[in-house]
Design a protein around this ligand. Structure first.
Ligand code: CS2
Length: 482
């Protein structure tokens, strides 16, 4: 029988028994495939009765689909030798991110102990601080500016005792803005402490979340900022599980294998990792029962993941695409790309010396994970938001190499490949998906070293002012094809 002829049932709580649903104790912002493959899986595995209420980001579609299935979905673990299916029940509620009333009601409840975030690197809306200083909330960002005026107008003079009535979630659109509405409601209710756990690929992601929320709060009401500072714990976490976007073919395969017509399955790799550092003042699930690791200092783990995994991903996304590849496994099978990855890993490994990090084993595992031919991880998906990703993945390795008197060219290659890829995309009339897309298009209008310097300035202004660095990046341009 073909997939369409197979007798199937919809997937929901009336057709599938997941047992008692857990109590909602976690709010999540950014209901996407990665969240459902990662934090929801850990929460389900912990098995101690914690449930999640998740909110979408830009489009409410994922919430509509999931709510239609009572939050149930199939998680497909796709190994090189076959698929394993599991129905996850930890996602108890799914909401449109614009539903500020639902968010405020949940966060004002003492049962809620944690907010987890997967809002992407760009979602923090940070801008580099003045020379050498830490990043700050980007108040030049249009959505940030809109949020500031909407939130000020709403809360002014109310001492935050107001509900959300009159506040429109289609106007308050940044994650920080929405979080602030939830935190204001919590403070007004009774002010119980809470943990916010960032699960995005940013160095110091807990601090990034803190800056984004606190800077916004300061601009809206310094009293709320002071309450957040005293009562909200910002937890750092390094997250890892390769989860490409779900395709129609995935939905067909799930239908065929399980007999359930799941409109929102998630396909992920068997490997998973979560390392966390920080306090949970209102408690947390026993995520360690599912393999999560709690450490004092996250930085070495975070660097290992951001540099080795994400760095080589970006290298493949640009250099691989320039060489005509579409997916990670295809790019890795290209000897030249594989060679560049090894060089970049050698450079990064100089600065990952703690024996506990076991870099040789980590590299071997990455080669195997990337080579999984059954996971079609598209380079176009990884290539998005390059200006932010490269600042976290390539620049720190280059700087560390330079500090040790090496040339760091293996790291600069990521930047050169990104630039060549931008040129190729603009020439082909393709859109650049990046929060700095306009600045990128303007910079790309120039040519030669000038263009290299202008594009580099978008990733890191201070690097672009170093003539030798600009020349070194420029020398690597045009070396990717052939
Ligand atoms: C990827 C990550 O799209 C990207 O930038 O590098 O999403 C990567 O797949 C995950 O971090 C893996 O854990």
């Amino acid at each position: 029988m073909s997939a369409t002829e197979t007798a199937t049932r919809p997937l929901n709580a009336t057709t599938y028994d997941v047992g008692n649903r857990p109590k909602v104790r976690i709010v999540h912002l950014g209901l996407g495939a990665f969240h459902r493959a990662h934090q929801a899986w850990y929460t389900e595995r912990a098995g101690d009765g914690w449930g999640i209420a998740a909110f979408t980001g830009r489009s409410p579609e994922a919430a509509r689909q999931l709510a239609g299935q009572h939050g149930l979905y199939t998680l497909v673990e796709r190994a090189a030798d076959g698929d394993r299916h599991e129905v996850i029940g930890a996602e108890v509620e799914a909401h449109d991110g614009a539903d500020l009333q639902a968010l405020a009601t949940l966060m004002a409840h003492p049962d809620i102990a944690i907010v987890t975030l997967t809002v992407t690197e760009a979602g923090y809306r940070l801008a580099p601080g003045a020379a050498g200083a830490s990043p700050r909330l980007n108040t030049d960002d249009e959505l940030v500016a809109t949020d500031i005026s909407a939130l000020r107008a709403h809360y002014e003079g109310s001492n935050f005792t107001l509900g959300t009535g009159g506040l429109d979630g289609r106007i308050v659109r940044t994650s920080a803005g929405r979080l602030l509405v939830g935190l204001a409601a919590r403070r007004a209710a009774d002010g119980w402490p809470i943990a916010i756990v960032s699960c995005d690929n940013l160095p110091g992601n807990g601090a990034a979340a803190r800056t984004s929320v606190l800077d916004l709060a300061e601009l809206v009401d310094p009293l709320l900022a002071a309450w957040i500072d005293a009562n909200v714990s910002f937890v750092d976490s390094s997250i890892d599980r390769i989860t490409p976007r779900t395709t129609d073919a995935d939905r067909d395969a799930v239908r065929e294998a399980t007999g359930y017509d799941d409109v929102a399955p998630v396909v992920t790799e068997p490997f998973t990792s979560w390392v966390l550092a920080g306090d949970f003042p209102a408690g947390r699930p026993a995520w360690e029962a599912a393999g999560a690791v709690f450490v004092e200092d996250l930085e070495p783990y975070e660097r290992r993941k951001l540099w080795l995994l994400n760095g080589s991903h970006s290298l493949m996304a640009y250099a691989g695409a320039l060489r005509g590849h579409a997916t990670v496994s295809e790019a890795l099978a290209d000897e030249r790309v594989a060679g560049w990855i090894e060089e970049f890993w050698d450079a990064a490994a100089h600065h990952l010396q703690d024996p506990q990090l076991d870099i040789p084993a980590y590299r071997a595992a990455l080669r195997e994970r990337f080579a999984n031919p059954r996971i079609a991880h598209h380079l176009a998906q990884i290539g998005m938001d390059g200006s932010l990703k490269l600042a976290a993945r390539a620049v720190p390795v280059y700087r560390a190499e330079r500090d040790d008197d090496r040339d760091g060219s293996a790291a600069l290659r990521l930047l050169a490949a990104w630039m060549d890829r931008i040129d190729a995309q603009l020439t082909a009339g393709e859109d650049i998906h990046d929060p700095a897309a306009t600045a990128i298009a303007d910079a790309a209008e120039s040519t030669g070293t000038e263009q290299t310097a202008a594009l580099l300035a978008i990733v890191d202004a201070s690097l672009a002012s170093e003539q030798d660095t600009v020349s070194a990046v420029h020398a690597l341009r045009g070396t990717f094809t052939g």
